[in-house]
Ligand binder design. Structure first.
Ligand SMILES: Nc1ncnc2c1ncn2[C@@H]1O[C@H](COP(=O)(O)OP(=O)(O)OP(=O)(O)O)[C@@H](O)[C@H]1O
Ligand SMILES: [Mg+2]
Length: 210
């Protein structure tokens, strides 16, 4: 089966979209057919393409609540059917969750449910700052052992390091395989849309390969 990566995080706003975009651009540059989904989303201003983001709600609150506010109910089965139907046509599928692993996405599911049902590789994005190791260990602990064994962790570098930024990777490595821990650099206020080059490209390459 073609690989599906599920990009989740320790929280909202950790850099999931930044990573998903970089991975999609990298794979396309390799001429690999890649599908990128953000199936459930809340708090967005503009509607995106329906296929990418079919369940889209305006209020910047948990998606399940944003949907109810618009008198809609999102169900696990329909989201899964949508992704399964479309991913058949692609070599690699990227799915971005909303919020963190257990943020309620719809009436009867969260990102963990989708990861399990899609047999996806979880990619957990965390800001590289104090507290991240705890948040990452909690997130990893919430995955069944067999799924945790496939997981990867991405630390997003902050614009300014704090007291933990320099040591988080090594500390997490005492509990989780070091070779599955990646660090993305801070890319500045205006993230270049172009395909990653140099070191960034190597990190993305390793992430997909590991
Ligand atoms: N490595 C980075 N370099 C520069 N800016 C970054 C980086 N990572 C994240 N950001 C910025 O942090 C903010 C949040 O990132 P992003 O939108 O990717 O988070 P998210 O996890 O997708 O959020 P949501 O839960 O809303 O989907 C954005 O403004 C983004 O540009
Ligand atoms: Mg996002």
């Amino acid at each position: 089966m073609q690989p599906t990566y599920f990009i989740t995080g320790t929280d909202t706003g950790t850099g999931k979209t930044v990573l998903t975009t970089l991975l999609a651009a990298y794979l396309r540059s390799q001429k690999i057919r890649v599908a990128a989904f953000k199936p459930v989303c809340s708090g967005g201003r503009a509607l995106t393409l329906d296929e990418i983001n079919p369940w889209h709600f305006r209020a910047g609150i948990a998606p399940v609540l944003a949907a109810r506010r618009e008198k809609q109910m999102v169900r696990r089965a329909e989201v899964l059917a949508h992704i399964r139907a479309l991913r058949k046509n692609f070599a690699v599928t990227l799915v971005e969750g909303a919020g963190g692993l257990l943020s309620p996405l719809g009436e009867d599911f969260d990102s963990r449910d989708l990861i399990l049902a899609l047999r996806a590789t979880p990619v957990i994005v965390a800001p590289n700052r104090l507290g991240a190791v705890n948040h990452l260990l909690l997130t990893l602990a919430a995955l069944p052992v067999s799924v945790r064994a496939k997981a990867k962790v991405v630390f997003m570098s902050p614009p300014k390091p704090d007291t933990a930024t320099g040591t988080n990777t090594k500390l997490l490595g005492e509990f989780f395989p070091q070779e599955k821990i990646f660090t993305l650099p801070w890319l500045g206020r205006k993230i270049p849309p172009a395909v990653a080059t140099g070191n960034l490209r190597r990190i993305l390459q390793d992430l997909i390969r590991a």
